[in-house]
Write a protein that binds this ligand. Sequence first.
Ligand code: GUN
Length: 291
Amino acid sequence: MTPQIIDGKATAAIIKAEIAEEVKRIVANGGKRPHLAAVLVGHDGGSETYVKNKVLACEACGFQSSLIRYEDDVTEAELLACVDRLNQDPTVDGFIVQLPLPAHIDAQKVTERIDPRKDVDGFTPVNVGRMVIGLPCYVPATPKGIIELLRRYHIETSGKRCVVLGRSNIVGKPMAMLMMQKAYGDATVTVCHSHSATLKEECRQADIIVAAIGRPGFVTADMVKPGAVVIDVGTTRVPDATRPKGFRLSGDVDFEHVAPLCSAITPVPGGVGPMTICMLMLNTLQAAKGE
Ligand code: GUN
């Protein structure tokens, strides 16, 4: 079988162009340019890259962006004060605090301090709760991007068996919730994780697998039903001396052996990653419009 390669990079470029058009219209009509702020603590390589890409995406969409940086030794009180300032800043429509945070800072406490109306990551308890019961909210960017990819590639999810690998608050849990909901996936959802005894068997029965466990090559060919759709959320940095940066990004799926079995599959890089940032832009546009 020759699988359809789900091109997240190209899809994200189309959506960013759509957003840029809308921003042009808003500004031409005297409206305010959307403004996203990002708070970055320390110098974690992955976080630096994410935040840099978020700033670039803001430029591509015609948004204003602000980057607020702190060193690793920032205190929790300083960070909470920063969140308070951003909550009250009328020029900022939405903001994110890039995770992970250093161990001496309670990330949950910082997240809970964010005004839900500016929580474009959709991580605050108010937005999570609203999402679970199907109320208007900010949907976390990675699951939202996956849903959008499935929709744009006309992949049927209603009534299908979907296995989500991973139960993180950022990806696994919200992904499972969305895939279950009538308005999004309308699928039969199973969540598997590091302690699932029947993980392989569950995967083998799945029409759609969403892999978000952060273990390179975890999903192997013997776990995939012929014709399945496989979405790879993994982006682990694997040392690779042949690459200019000394590493490459590895997905959770053994692409080489799994792809030939699939009806459709996302590559890493160029699959889910670009969509995630693009959905953050959509959430920021939603915030700027006061929706
Ligand atoms: N760290 C990894 N993914 C994300 C994300 O989507 N938002 C934030 N704030 N931090 C992250």
